[in-house]
Design a protein around this ligand. Structure first.
Ligand code: SF4
Length: 260
C-alpha cells in the first residue's frame, strides 16, 4: 500500500493550523490529554454514524479496525467497485490517491450511479463539513470512481420522539446534497493539499502565533504547548455545544441504539 500522508482528519487539522499539522506529525508527544468531554464527543459521533448507516440497510461493513487493515480494506473496496453488481451499499469504503486517504461513511450504487454519504453529529452543515466533504470527493474521484452525488447526513433539530417503538430514522436524520458546494471547493483542496504536504518537509515548526484559530473550528490539542508562555487566565475557553444538544443526541442513541 502506498504510504498515506494526509487523512481527512489530518487535512482538516492543517486547514485550521499548519503548525498543528506539523506538531501532530513530528512532535505528537507534546499533545494535551483529551478531556472527558472530547472523548464523549468522539464516542457519540461514532455511534451516531453507525446508527445512520441503518438508513441504508444491508450494506457491507469495510471499516478498518486498525491501521494494519487499511491495505486490505482498500483492496476490498476496489473489488466491490469493480464488480458487476448493479446495487451496492458499502460502509466505510476506503480510497487512496497521491498520499491521501479517505474512508466514507456510506457509499451507494444504484441505477443513477454512485452516491457518497457522510454523517455528522450536528444539526447544521458548517463550512468545515463542506471542506471535509470536498476533501473526500477529491480523493474518491481522483482515485478513479466518478460520483453522481455527495450528501451530508445530519441531525434533524426538529425531531420529537413520540414514544412509539417504531422509530423512523428518516425522521431523525436529514440528507442534503452538497455536490455544488463540494465542486466549488476543489481548487481550494488542490492548493491546500500541496501546502500541507510541504509542512512535512520542514525542519522546524512553522511560525504561527496562538490566537482565535486555536479553538476554531475545533479545540486544538497543542494549546498546552503553544500557550505555555501566556498567562493561564488568557488561555482560550473551550466551548462545547450546549448540554441540550448532547442530551438530544443521547436520546437518539437510546431510542435508535437497540434497533437493527
Ligand atoms: S495551539 Fe494554536 S497555534 Fe498552536 S498548533 Fe494549535 S492551533 Fe496552532
Amino acid at each position: 500500500m502506498e504510504k498515506h500522508i494526509l487523512s481527512k482528519s489530518t487535512f482538516i487539522r492543517g486547514v485550521q493550523c499548519l503548525k498543528s499539522l506539523y506538531l501532530h506529525n513530528k512532535r505528537p508527544y507534546l499533545r494535551d490529554k483529551l478531556s472527558p468531554e472530547q472523548l464523549a464527543k468522539f464516542r457519540r459521533g461514532t455511534k451516531l454514524g453507525i446508527i445512520a448507516q441503518r438508513l441504508f440497510p444491508g450494506g457491507i461493513d469495510l471499516r478498518p479496525r486498525s491501521y494494519r487493515q487499511y491495505a486490505q480494506k482498500l483492496e476490498q473496496t476496489r473489488n466491490y467497485i469493480e464488480s458487476d453488481n448493479e446495487n451496492i451499499i458499502l460502509y466505510e469504503a476506503g480510497f487512496q490517491y497521491d498520499g491521501l486517504l479517505s474512508f466514507i461513511d456510506v457509499l451507494v450504487k444504484d441505477r443513477n450511479g454512485w452516491t457518497a454519504y457522510e454523517v455528522k453529529s450536528s444539526t447544521k452543515i458548517s463550512e468545515t463539513f463542506l471542506i471535509d466533504a470536498a476533501f473526500q470527493y477529491y480523493v474518491i474521484t481522483n482515485s478513479g470512481l466518478q460520483l453522481n452525488d455527495f450528501q451530508i447526513i445530519y441531525v434533524n433539530e426538529n425531531y420529537k420522539y413520540n414514544g412509539n417503538e417504531d422509530v423512523n430514522l428518516n425522521d431523525i436524520f436529514i440528507k442534503k446534497s452538497v455536490l455544488d458546494e463540494v465542486l466549488k471547493r476543489q481548487k481550494f483542496i488542490t492548493d491546500k493539499v500541496e501546502e500541507e504536504k510541504k509542512v512535512f518537509e520542514l525542519e522546524k515548526s512553522p511560525q504561527i502565533e496562538p490566537g482565535e484559530h486555536c479553538t476554531n473550528p475545533y479545540p486544538c490539542d497543542f494549546i498546552g504547548h503553544c500557550w505555555k508562555k501566556i498567562p493561564k487566565e488568557k488561555w482560550p475557553e473551550i466551548e462545547y455545544k450546549d448540554e441540550s444538544f448532547y442530551d438530544f443526541v443521547d436520546d437518539i442513541l437510546n431510542i435508535a441504539g437497540g434497533k437493527r
